[in-house]
Design a protein around this ligand. Structure first.
Ligand code: MN
Length: 202
């Protein structure tokens, strides 16, 4: 049985960048629905139920074909949102430090160049999906995926993910996805991303 953890901060903690109502609906309705639908899909499949959700997404071939799409979408939604809440924090923003800062500069030229490229991927992703920062060897790449797909499905480990589904921003930003992305940088939890970078590259 998969469960939905509480947010690691209050619903209004990311104001004014991400509004309280969006956080409530996003976590309590959207993320909750992914968890419920995942449990429904895997009902009676004890071996799969016992796995870490990331392990399921990394190896969807082991999921029976008749439920694979439902698991891909809903386990993906569960994994992606669990990460999303953790890589945000009140009093976030600024710039990463240490090895991650060096890898960003080495891969993109500067932190500002990285932000511009990441934002452009988010704006350019047609429809619903995610933008990712992914270690590849000693460098970092930006990728984007549709729906609830993720780099885990290709054997990679994302260290930062941005939800660009309309449900993530429409109440406050309406059609202005670029404004949402510009605001989102203020709540990125770089200490958490640095931790994930270290874990993924050692
Ligand atoms: Mn979402």
């Amino acid at each position: 049985m998969f469960t939905l953890d509480d947010l690691p901060y209050a619903y209004n903690a990311l104001e004014p960048f991400i509004d309280e109502r969006t956080m409530q609906i996003h976590h309590d309705k959207h993320h909750a629905a992914y968890v419920k639908n995942l449990n429904d899909a895997l009902s009676g499949k004890e071996e799969l139920m016992a796995l870490d959700p990331v392990a399921i997404i990394r190896d969807l071939a082991k999921v029976p074909e008749d439920i694979r799409t439902k698991v891909r979408n809903n386990c993906g939604g569960h994994v992606n949102h669990t990460m999303f809440w953790e890589i945000m924090t009140p009093n976030g923003g600024g710039e990463p430090k240490g090895d991650l800062a060096a890898a960003i500069t080495g891969s993109f030229g500067s932190f500002a160049d990285f932000q511009a490229k990441f934002a452009a991927s988010g704006i350019g992703r047609f429809g619903s999906g995610w933008v990712w920062l992914v270690p590849e060897g000693k460098s970092l790449v930006i990728t984007d995926t549709p729906n609830q797909d993720s780099p885990y499905m290709e054997g990679k480990t994302p260290i930062l993910g941005l939800d660009v589904w309309e449900h993530a921003y429409y109440l406050k930003y309406q059609n202005l996805r670029a404004d949402y992305i510009a605001a989102w940088w203020h709540v990125v939890n770089w200490a958490e991303v640095e931790k994930r970078f270290a874990a993924a590259t050692t």
